[in-house]
Design a protein. Structure first.
Length: 136
């Protein structure tokens, strides 16, 4: 049974427009680590179909991230965060009983600094070293 504003007479529970009750604090993570930001939601009914995540200028966000929904909490998970992932993310909710509403959650990914190797008695001094040990 579909229960929405158009079929209120078929519903046997109260309906409430969706809203964002709370969000995660701004998150600071190391480059390459998992980043998880979240929004706690209110409203009836609510499920994963009512929630989306957006980031201005990043149409490919969901190719690198996954969305989770559990117990009226929506999470966005980036498995291996990169510095380019830093910024503002919008948690957008709409259960079709009111207006779409959203909240902004911030992520900051720490910069990964290169490893410097210094060789004594060499006129060229230091060089950048990549993970494979070769000179960059």
């Amino acid at each position: 049974m579909k229960c929405d504003r158009a079929s209120l007479s078929e519903c046997d529970f109260p309906l409430d427009p969706a809203s964002v009750a709370n969000t995660s604090e701004p998150l600071l993570v190391d480059s390459g680590k998992e980043a998880r930001i979240w929004c706690a939601l209110d409203g009836v009914p609510l499920n994963e179909e009512h929630v989306s995540w957006k980031r201005d200028g990043d149409p490919d966000l969901m190719k690198r991230a996954s969305a989770e929904f559990r117990n009226n909490n929506a999470s966005l998970v980036i498995k291996a965060a990169r510095q380019e992932d830093s910024g503002a993310f919008k948690c957008i909710i709409n259960n079709n009983l009111g207006n779409e509403t959203s909240a902004t959650v911030y992520l900051l990914v720490k910069r990964e600094w290169p490893v410097l190797t210094c060789v004594p008695d060499q006129s060229w001094g230091c060089f950048h070293q990549r993970d494979n040990g070769k000179e960059a």
